[in-house]
Design a protein around this ligand. Structure first.
Ligand SMILES: Cc1cc2nc3c(=O)[nH]c(=O)nc-3n(C[C@H](O)[C@H](O)[C@H](O)COP(=O)(O)O)c2cc1C
Length: 330
């Protein structure tokens, strides 16, 4: 049985990539992930603030107003602004390339058009096989329109692409007004892959201290819905690989993602909960299911239940929505 796949030009032995997280922040952990069967890893992100220690580099912002600027500075985790981290990240890549055989995808996390973009070239020179770009911006300014926000993403991607020859993916968030068009624009700007989707840090309120909080909430398979929807919609609509991320916990989740049109998946929360060994279990279950249902390859199932091919396109659209809500019985 053939469970290999191709993701943004990288040949993967199976569809499981471990996503950017603490799991991919140490050599020992990455080695264990490889031993357990991971086909590739996305390293924990290097943030633009860790690359540019002069804060004024962030001053590119589209929204140069002082309020947005302060927001942008406050958005990222507080990190010691020093080049030590960025040098260390490059050393990590070099060490990994000498000691593991699976592809290493570096993760660059930034939003401005500052000097951090040039760092992309250093990632390539250190040996990264590909680059995942996480551009996260929270547009709180009501005077800034959607087109301007979208342009920020396109500009950052274009600048990175101008610096590297390795494949570049964009880890999208799901909250664009027109995600299909945004996806197409990112691909036009050079993205070889789209990761659907990033999982936002959640907001909560601490009632004891009467304060707003940011929290990380692990996902579950129930969070897979938007990933399935947009993989299914974008399959064959954009000329780029699709990677399902958020809510991939089991072999069933992977099968659903592939059938919707994904070329690969990323796993994080499930591995944080169950350990690296969970990859081997998922792969065993995946091949057992495929054997039972007489699938010969992953390729055979890709996109088979995408919007382009499903017998029930209404599931991905508005069509059934009213009936579903009005027919609901409790
Ligand atoms: C503790 C933790 C740290 C993370 N760090 C990063 C990061 O550095 N860069 C990034 O792009 N995503 C980061 N993520 C997001 C994950 O890569 C992934 O997109 C998200 O957890 C959804 O996948 P999941 O449903 O398998 O958890 C992090 C997630 C967690 C839980």
């Amino acid at each position: 049985m053939d469970i290999t796949t191709t993701y943004m030009g990288l040949s993967l032995k199976n569809p499981i990539i471990v996503g950017a997280s603490p799991l991919t922040a140490s050599f020992d952990s990455i080695k264990k992930l490889e031993e357990s069967g991971a086909a590739a890893v996305v390293l924990h992100s290097i943030f633009e603030e860790q690359i540019n220690h002069e804060a004024h580099e962030l001053d590119y912002f589209l929204f140069k107003g002082s309020e947005s600027y302060a927001e942008a500075l406050g958005y990222f985790p507080e990190v010691a602004l020093s080049n030590i981290e960025s040098d260390h990240y490059l050393d990590e890549i070099r060490h990994l390339k000498e000691n593991v055989s699976i592809p290493i995808i570096a993760s660059l996390n930034g939003v401005s058009k500052g000097g951090w973009i040039n760092y992309a070239r250093k990632l390539e020179q250190a040996g990264a096989d590909a680059l995942e770009l996480n551009i996260t911006y929270i547009p709180t300014d009501a005077d800034v329109d959607a087109r301007a926000v979208e342009q920020l993403y396109i500009d950052a991607l274009s600048a990175v692409k101008a610096n590297v020859a390795i494949p570049v993916s964009v880890k999208m968030n799901a909250v664009f007004s027109a995600p299909a068009q945004m996806a197409a624009r990112l691909v036009d700007a050079g993205a070889e892959a789209l990761v659907l989707f990033d999982r936002p840090v959640h907001v909560d309120i601490d009632l004891e201290n009467l304060n707003a909080l940011q929290v990380i909430r692990p996902s579950s398979s129930r969070d897979l819905s938007e990933t399935l929807r947009w993989s299914a919609i974008l399959y064959k609509k954009v000329n780029a690989s699709l990677c399902a991320s958020t809510g991939i916990h089991t072999h069933e989740d992977i099968l659903k993602a592939m059938m919707s049109g994904a070329d690969a998946v990323q796993m994080v929360s499930s591995l944080l909960k169950l350990g690296e060994g969970h990859i081997a279990t998922v792969l065993d279950n995946l091949t057992a299911w495929m054997a039972l249902k007489e699938y010969e390859s992953i390729e055979q199932m890709k996109g088979s239940i995408s919007l382009a091919h499903t017998a029930n396109p209404a599931a991905y659209q508005r069509a059934n929505y009213m009936r579903l809500l009005t027919d609901y019985r409790y």
